[in-house]
Design a protein around this ligand. Structure first.
Ligand code: G3P
Length: 308
């Protein structure tokens, strides 16, 4: 498990300028003990999964994307918009991230208004990069330009598909409200692509088969997170972004995404994420532990002594 050796005082100082998550209740002199705790969102577009978690007070927002909307049954843009609108109403006033599907600046800005009309709590999800990969001759800075345009209009953004700290830093500079590093996809990629005969993490240096090899100058697209064990790269990515944001007192919230299991969830908390967006199947297990089951059975058995 990723274990940062020390959290800097800058990380703690940044927490002081971040929003209160669990407000105190007027008239209750018991202060909330986790007023600056990390917020938990659900990474889903399925109402049936989200509603019980919301009612249990476990989540304070959700994140969606085209893949999750497809999984929830949307077969057309109108159906997708219907689902997004319903989710905004369900979650209100908590934030709901809705992802742009247009790929060019003007169309994306126009689509942001269309999605913004679905709910006052809508947050516009903007891919950080990848535009030249899907649009021939596409502008690599499309995402950053759109983020700045939306910031100028007072529209909140969640910058998605973040895989390194440079993307996160520039997204924040453009005015992002949230950035979403996909930490789970980093070990996924390494596990699938590393060549066991080479140094650990070697696949990071050949993403996209550009012929870049370890030891050569590493382009931004190959770089994930510096230092430490390669197996920790996902959590290190969060820690690295948290440290840079703390160094410069950047208040863009770090929304750790693509979390696969409770271990990664804990690693995000250790690394200093502000928000964790967690799949419903992982959230459904957060109260469970086999030793809790065993302990409860013991307490129940012993409590029977009181009823006679
Ligand atoms: O919020 C981003 C998330 O949905 C991506 O997760 O599981 O597709 O890597 P995944």
């Amino acid at each position: 498990m990723f274990m940062p050796s020390i959290n800097s005082s800058a990380l703690f100082a940044r927490k002081n300028i971040m929003p209160v998550i669990n407000a105190d209740k007027p008239g209750n002199n018991l202060r909330h003990p986790a007023s600056k705790g990390a917020r938990i969102f659900c990474d889903s577009a399925v109402r049936a999964d989200i509603e019980p978690l919301l009612k249990a007070g476990l989540i304070h927002g959700i994140t969606t994307n085209p893949t999750l909307l497809k999984k929830s049954g949307a077969k057309s843009w109108d159906e997708a918009k219907g689902i997004m609108k319903d989710l905004c109403a369900l979650l209100n006033p908590f934030p709901v991230s809705l992802e742009l599907t247009e790929l060019t600046e003007e169309k994306m800005v126009a689509q942001a208004s269309e999605l913004g009309a679905l709910g006052t709590n809508a947050v516009i999800k903007v891919p950080a990069g990848g535009y030249p990969a899907v649009v021939p001759g596409g502008d690599p800075f499309t995402g950053f330009k759109v983020i700045r345009r939306l910031w100028e209009k007072g529209i909140k953004t969640n910058v998605t598909l973040i895989f390194n700290t440079t993307q996160a830093f520039w997204a924040a500079n453009a005015g992002a409200t949230y950035i979403s590093p996909f930490l789970g996809r980093v070990p996924d990629y390494i596990n699938k692509n590393d060549d066991p005969a080479k140094a650990a993490g070697n696949s990071l240096y050949s993403i996209g088969e550009k012929g870049v090899v370890a030891g050569d100058r590493v382009a931004n697209s190959e770089y994930v997170a510096a230092g430490g064990a390669i197996k920790d790269s996902g959590a290190r990515l969060i820690f690295e972004i948290a440290t840079v944001f703390a160094n410069y007192q950047i208040t863009t919230e770090i929304l750790a995404a693509s979390i696969r299991n409770p271990v990664q969830l804990t690693e995000c908390l250790l690394a200093g994420a502000d928000i964790l967006t967690v799949p419903a199947n992982v959230l459904q297990t957060v109260a469970d532990h086999p030793l809790s089951d065993e302990g409860m059975k013991g307490f129940l058995a012993d409590s029977k002594a009181f009823s006679t």
